[in-house]
Design a protein around this ligand. Structure first.
Ligand code: FAD
Length: 471
């Protein structure tokens, strides 16, 4: 570390912080920049929400299990790390919506719940005749003309009515955010739907135009198509291990928390929980926004982040011997409609979707519990959660004996919610912080996309901004 080098501190060692550190060191090496990068992580491990457990031949993800291939940054990172050969694609198959006690196939041709083929919608058991007729109203309704941000619920209910929203669109979309459709911002989550309405008026006709035809009717949604997700053969944590290995020596501090942030002239001073202080020329904050808000509160900054809630969820992975499960349904899993009396919100038949995760002769099932406004289940004991999940699963499949083992992973305030007005709130926060701390950047899941590729993009963008400001 050179005396005269510029110093950049990255706070938080999740995928955002790791990507920022990796690419910043790469740039510094390639361009010969006099730069020291230090990543500070509060826990004793890197990866943040990416956590893989490898146990008895199973590969179990506590948090995220894969990423969308279409969003390129993760694949590029894998190539940059030389681990792209370890990537595996998901197996596709029928996915269902659980409504009351029935698993209904997701109608073929539905794109994020929006019909692009009318036949399968008309025959689907997910909706009443009245619900179907109301949804067809989309074909005739004018554009809303609403310019300002609105909730996904308001937007979709206007076009399709409540039934299609609650029994199909909501489970599909809110699965990504564990959120409440009536609060989530259209502009910050799925702005493409607003554009489709603006351009085509009808969402059905607009989505039909942009969606490839020939989804096989018989096998249903997603069948016979290529999987659209990637993970690594040995679990998502492969990327964290590669990043940790390739980050420069002495550029990571684990088990130390940033407790305070102050200004000293042009520099930013970070105080750690071990009493140490670090002077930085620039800082990239990649922790959840709640942590950022608390750190800048003494400076009277970032109060608007207070209006940004997060949802608490848990994943529950259960391992069984094959013979103890009778699964007469083909497919990869199901999402649960809020209109049904279940604690689980989603379930993946992981051994089918990701065959590399499960040894021969075994079954791996991963369920989700906790959703916006209904999170108390997550604070129950592991064994209580296990029993509740088993009771729910037994309503839809025969489970002859309890699992060989169960792993419950809690994510307290783990899902940031982009509620209506998110973009404006974020913009105001950035303007405000830039006035007092021009070289402090905010990046990560709380801001511009929760998906892993979005986080990588944000880490990269923040490091580019910092380099631009410093050199
Ligand atoms: P984090 O991973 O939360 O990292 C922040 C880091 O900051 C943590 O390591 C934390 O310990 C550290 N930190 C906090 N405070 C301090 C401090 N004061 N000082 C120093 N360090 C601190 N996305 C997908 O693309 N695909 C999926 O399949 C998917 N599934 C998901 C399933 C679950 C259950 C959850 C919770 C999320 C899922 N996501 C998924 C979203 C994705 O996992 C996250 O958005 C992403 O991992 C967030 O990365 P991050 O680096 O922004 O934050």
């Amino acid at each position: 570390m050179g005396e005269l080098n510029k110093k950049v501190v990255i706070v938080g060692g999740g995928i955002t912080g790791l990507a920022a550190a990796f690419y910043m060191q790469k740039e510094a090496r390639e361009k010969g920049l006099p730069l020291d990068v230090l990543l500070v992580e509060a826990t004793n491990r890197l990866g943040g929400k990416i956590q893989t457990i490898r146990r008895s031949g199973f590969i179990i993800e506590r948090g995220p299990d894969s990423f969308l291939i279409r969003k390129k940054s993760f694949g590029i990172l894998a190539e940059d790390l030389g681990i792209e050969k370890e990537l595996v694609r998901n197996s596709t198959g029928q996915a269902y919506i659980l409504l009351n006690k029935t698993l209904h196939p997701i109608p073929p041709g539905s794109v994020m719940g929006i019909p692009t083929q009318l036949g399968p919608f008309v025959t689907s058991g997910l909706f009443t005749l009245g619900g179907k007729l109301r949804a067809a109203g989309d074909l005739f309704l004018p554009r809303s003309g609403i310019k300002e941000d609105q909730s996904l619920g308001v937007f979709f209910r206007r076009r399709f009515g409540s039934e299609v929203v609650e029994n199909l669109i909501e489970p599909l979309l809110s699965g990504i955010y564990a959120g409440d459709l009536d609060k989530l911002s259209l502009n910050s989550t799925f702005p493409q739907f607003k554009e489709v309405e603006e351009e085509n008026r009808s969402l059905i006709l607009g989505m039909k135009k942009t969606t490839p035809k020939k989804v096989p009717q018989k096998e249903g949604y997603g069948a016979k198509r290529e999987g659209v997700f990637h993970t690594f053969r040995n679990g998502l944590e492969t990327v964290v291990e590669a990043l940790e290995e390739q980050l420069e020596k002495n550029s990571v501090m684990k088990n130390v928390r940033v407790n305070q942030i102050d200004k000293a002239g042009e520099k930013t001073v970070l105080t750690l929980n071990n009493g140490q202080t670090i002077e930085a020329d620039a800082v990239i904050m990649t922790t959840a926004h709640e942590v950022v808000r608390k750190l800048f509160k003494p400076h009277g900054l970032l109060t608007e982040l207070q209006d940004m809630p997060s949802t608490t969820v848990a994943t529950v992975a259960m391992a069984f011997p094959e013979e103890s499960i009778v699964q007469d349904r083909e497919g990869t899993g199901f999402l649960v409609s809020r209109n049904s009396d279940y604690a689980i919100t989603a379930c993946t038949w992981t051994n089918r979707k990701w065959p590399t995760t499960t040894p021969d002769g075994k079954v791996l099932i991963r369920s989700y519990v906790g959703r916006s406004g209904d999170e108390s289940i997550v604070s129950l004991s592991d064994s209580d959660i296990e029993q509740i999940v088993l009771t729910d699963l037994r309503k839809v499949m025969e489970i002859k004996e309890d699992p060989e083992f169960t792993i419950v992973s809690r994510w307290k305030e783990g899902m940031p919610q982009y509620v209506v007005g998110h973009r404006e709130r974020l913009e105001a926060a950035r303007v405000e912080i830039a006035k007092q701390f021009p070289n402090v950047k905010l990046a990560g899941a709380s801001y511009e996309g929760v998906g892993l590729p979005d986080c990588i993009n944000q880490g990269k963008a923040a490091m580019e901004e910092v380099l631009e400001a410093l050199f």
